[in-house]
Every structure is written in C-alpha cells, then in structure tokens.
Design a protein around this ligand. Structure first.
Ligand code: GDP
Length: 433
C-alpha cells in the first residue's frame, strides 16, 4: 500500500539531500511537489491545501532540531503533518454500556460483514464476549455470510426472523442477556448508494440500541466518493469513527489521509486482508512511517534528541575522528545508547548498520562494565594487546568467562567499524556522531 506516494515522496526528499540548508526556494519547490503527489494519491483537496500550508510554515520557521540535515528536517515536518491530518493518536473503542453495542454502517461491498467478523474476533481476544447480529436484510447473502463467519470463529450470530432489521436487533438485545454476551456487533444494511430508506432504518436502530460506537466501514479503494458518503452518514447518524478496509490492495492512500481530517472523526481500525485476523488498530504514526518508508528511524532521531547527552556524544565523536575511540568510550557509548531502549532494537532501526552482538539487558551491560573495569588503562586503550592469559585474568577479575571477554571485544570491533563507516560518510548517524 502507498507504494506510489512513497516513491514520489522519497524522490522529493532526495532533491533536498545534499543541500546545505532549507531555504525558501528549495522549500517552495519541495512543497509544490508534495502537493502534486498528494493530489495524485487522491487526497482531498482541502486536506492537501492545509497540509502544504502547514508544512511550508513549519519548514520556514524555526521549529527544527539542530542536528537534522535539511532532508531530515523536511521529512520530519512532512511526517508530523501526516500524523496530524490522520488524527495524531490511536483512538480506541469506547465501550461503556452493558452490553455494549457497536453498530457497523456503510455502503454495500465496503467490507461490513467481513469486518463484523474481524471485530468480534478482536473483541474476544481482548477478553470480551461478543455476539454478532445479522441485521443486513437488504443484501440477500449477508446473513448467511455472517452465520458462516461466526461459526468459523465460534462466536454466536443472532439472525432472528431474517426479515425485519428492527425486530432482529430487538431479539438480539434479549438473546445477548441469555447468552451472557457483553458486546453486540451489528451488521446493518448497506446500499450501492445512500438512500433515505436505508438511513431511516439506521436511525431507528440507533434509537433502539443507543450504540457505544457507530463505525462506518469504508473501502479505501473507492477514493474520494467514500469521503463524500462518510460526510452524509455522519450528518445523519453522528458517527463515532471509521474502519477503513482493503488497505492491503493498491489503494492510493487518499481515503486514509483524508477521512479523519474532513469529518473530524477518527479512524479506529484498518482492514488489511480478507482473513478474519486482518484487522489492525489504526496508529497514525505507523501509517505515516509506512508512507515515508522510514518511520522507525525518525522516531529514533526524536528519541535521541530528547534522551541523549549531546556533549558526551559529541566528545565521543571527536575521539572517533581522531581514532581514539577506546573501550572506555565504548562503555560510555553503550550507557548513552541504552537510554533509547534495547540496543539491538536501536541498531535495527539504523539502516545499513551491521548486526551488532550486544545484548541490551541490564545484566549484560553490567557484565560489559565489569570486564572493562577489570582491564588496565593500557588494555582499554589498546585492546589488541590482550592475549590469552590477559583475557583469563580479566575474566576472573570480572567474574565472567573468556568467551564473555571475547564477545565484548568482538562487539567493540564491530562498533568501531560502524563508527568508521559513519566517519567516512557511508552511513549517516543522526545524533551528532
Ligand atoms: P459488505 O457488503 O459491506 O458486507 O461487504 P463484505 O464483507 O461482503 O466484503 C466485500 C468484499 O470485500 C469481500 O470479498 C471481502 O472478502 C472483501 N474485503 C473486506 N475487507 C477486506 C480487506 O480489508 N482487504 C481485502 N483485500 N478484502 C476485503
């Protein structure tokens, strides 16, 4: 998903790479290109307009972190703004009543019935006891389809008289009590287009059940038409959110990037496949990451800016450049990087970094410190002088084994190699190294 948009944006970012700083001229051109790519991705015009305006303002302003290169600065601004238009944070389901009711609405073919099954499965995984309610009496096969889905995941499906949606829902409310189900997922009727009869039925079901959630299921492939129908559904029913389906297909991204901004209602889940486990809670930052193809690195940069002791890192960087990076510095470096989380995951986030064998647990870090502490100053400066007997002495002194000492030395060598690559510009390390 989002391949086209991703490709276009990365081309735009490349044009900024290598430029000394962000200037009005290069910002204007980049913003113009971003605007075109978003429009091509079928993003709502008003969303695009606000988006580019905000990106431009931020890029021209001072809201940038000093150790970012111009392209990183620009990517960060675009990323933040993508998150912004998608609603910032994950919006979880809010289920307050007993039993709770989740009403799924949407046009025919949007994936409502399938999503009902997915949602029921998700709720059960969360420890709830769901019941599916087959209130789509309009599409002939919908009730059988839901029954089959329910059976396959062993979740009760209430079908009532299979004719009258209101009667079915009434019956379901009662049956839920008998079966001790604490959340009802209603699959309601859709049409190919919005019509008044459908809306009236939905309004009646809403009045009858006082739903905790009224979620509109939207097919991402439909594009801006889907956004327009969303506005109409919202006007009539006051939606609480959306589930955008078929994001696994070649949807251009327009719906997911527009729907929340245009309606002011959050996307709560996304459908990413036909199977019943293909439903994911929606996280704007993760989608922004996927669109940019580099979300993790950016989170890392941000974290680094916040957590790391810049002076220490810069001092280390200087030593590195002078080829004076010792085991003592290595120890210091590990302590600093540790603040970012497990070291292995930190290195995983850096593109092109070699796999470094550093186990990040506290225990492991203590071991490393003990080994380094057991060395003489000379050995720390120049670990190449360590022979078998010196290694044995260090292992004994630190309460570790010769294997542990060797492992550390290997990690140190790999770290040195990594630093060398940064130094020679083969890799870029974001936090001033
Ligand atoms: P309804 O008319 O709204 O109830 O739609 P259905 O639940 O019958 O879904 C219509 C079609 O979309 C079916 O073939 C589903 O398998 C498919 N579908 C639903 N959600 C997804 C999804 O997230 N990804 C993909 N690839 N297909 C989906």
């Amino acid at each position: 998903m989002f391949e086209n948009l991703q490709e276009k944006l990365s081309k735009i970012f490349k044009t900024i790479t290598g430029q000394g700083r962000l200037t009005e001229k290069n910002i204007n051109e980049a913003v113009r290109q971003v605007k075109l790519s978003l429009l091509e991705a079928d993003v709502n015009y008003k969303v695009v307009k606000d988006f580019v305006e905000n990106v431009k303002q931020k890029a021209l302003g001072e809201e940038v972190l000093r150790s970012f290169t111009p392209d990183q600065q620009f990517i960060k601004i675009v990323r933040d703004e993508l998150i912004n238009i998608m609603g910032r944070a994950n919006a979880p389901l809010e289920l307050r009543h007993h039993p709770s009711v989740i009403m799924l609405v949407g046009l025919q073919g949007s994936g409502k019935t399938t999503t009902a099954g997915k949602l029921a499965l998700h709720l059960r995984k969360q420890g709830r006891s769901p019941m599916l309610v087959a209130a789509d009496t309009y599409r002939p096969a919908a009730i059988d389809q839901l029954e089959k889905l329910g059976k396959s995941i062993n979740i009760p499906v209430f079908c009532g008289d299979r004719k009258n949606a209101i009667q079915i829902v009434k019956g379901a409310l009662k049956a839920a009590q008998d079966l001790r189900c604490n959340v009802l997922v209603l699959d309601t009727a859709g049409r190919l287009h919005i019509d008044d009869e459908m809306m009236k039925e939905l309004e009646d079901i809403k009045a009858l059940t006082n739903p905790d959630e009224i979620l509109m299921v939207i097919d991402a492939m439909v594009g801006q038409d889907a956004v327009n129908s969303a506005l109409e559904f919202d006007r009539r029913l006051s939606l609480t959110g959306f589930i955008v389906t078929k994001l696994d297909g070649d949807a251009r991204g327009g719906v997911i990037l527009s729907i929340s901004y245009v309606t002011g209602k959050p996307v709560k889940f996304i459908g990413v496949g036909e199977k019943l486990d293909a439903l994911e809670p929606f996280y704007p930052d993760r989608i922004a990451g996927r669109i940019l193809g580099m979300g993790d690195v950016l989170s890392l940069i941000e974290k680094a800016e916040k957590e790391l002791d810049k002076e220490k890192m810069e001092a280390t960087a200087k030593k590195l450049l002078q080829a004076q990076f010792t085991l003592e510095d290595f120890r210091e470096q590990l302590r600093e990087l540790k603040k970012l989380g497990p070291l292995s995951s930190v290195f995983e986030m850096l593109p092109g970094a070699p796999k470094i064998d550093v186990n990040a647990s506290e225990k492991e870090l203590k071991k490393i410190e003990a080994i380094i502490n057991s060395m003489t100053a000379e050995e720390r400066k120049n670990p190449r002088i360590l022979n078998a007997s010196r290694k044995l002495r260090i292992a004994k002194g630190s309460g570790t084994t010769v294997q542990d000492v060797n492992k550390l030395l290997k990690s140190y060598e790999q770290m040195r190699e990594l630093m060398q690559r940064f130094k020679h510009g083969k890799l870029k390390l974001p936090f001033g190294l």
